[in-house]
Write a protein that binds this ligand. Sequence first.
Ligand code: HEC
Length: 163
Amino acid sequence: MTHASISRAFWSGAVLALFACGGDAPATDDGSAGSIDADGLTAVELEQGIGPVRDLELGAIDPALVAEGETLFTTKCSACHKIEERYVAPALGDVLARRRPEFVMNMMLNANEMVLEHPTIQELLAEFYTPMPVQITERAQARAILEYLRSVQTDPSADASGA
Ligand code: HEC
């Protein structure tokens, strides 16, 4: 993607956000799940990302799922992401210290919309200049990669529990 089309992507996101704020904002604005913020997203979307995954309950780490996720990570993610260091894209060894597990799965399953509309991802796009493509369409595969990422978190404060 060229810089010009990236900036078009930014602007269309900004215009969408403006429209989303106008007129039909819900009556409640108490920070609850239904309220819409300045970016046109709900508090839940800001925290858990835009996409199909909500309110995960994660148990103990499952080694079989980690192994499956590691293979998928190598084929689908490692061209851009490393665990320990920044590369084409942010390092993911501490991603669960800064993002919810739902956010991480929604990024895999719905990267296009996240890039266009989520302010956190738009900040990263401005830094990395590469819009992340959707790599995974099956939720089960995204879940396996999340399990792998949980197993390699280097920051002890990582909220890998999903609680
Ligand atoms: C073509 C390169 C590319 C591939 C392949 C890719 N990503 Fe990304 N990813 C990015 C970039 C670049 C960003 C920063 C946001 C942006 O610019 O779109 C990002 C952002 C993310 C984020 C948010 C990081 C944060 O700090 O919030 C997560 C999570 C993520 N990617 C996970 C994955 C996973 C898991 C895979 C494999 C299924 C994957 N990505 C495949 C390029 C890629």
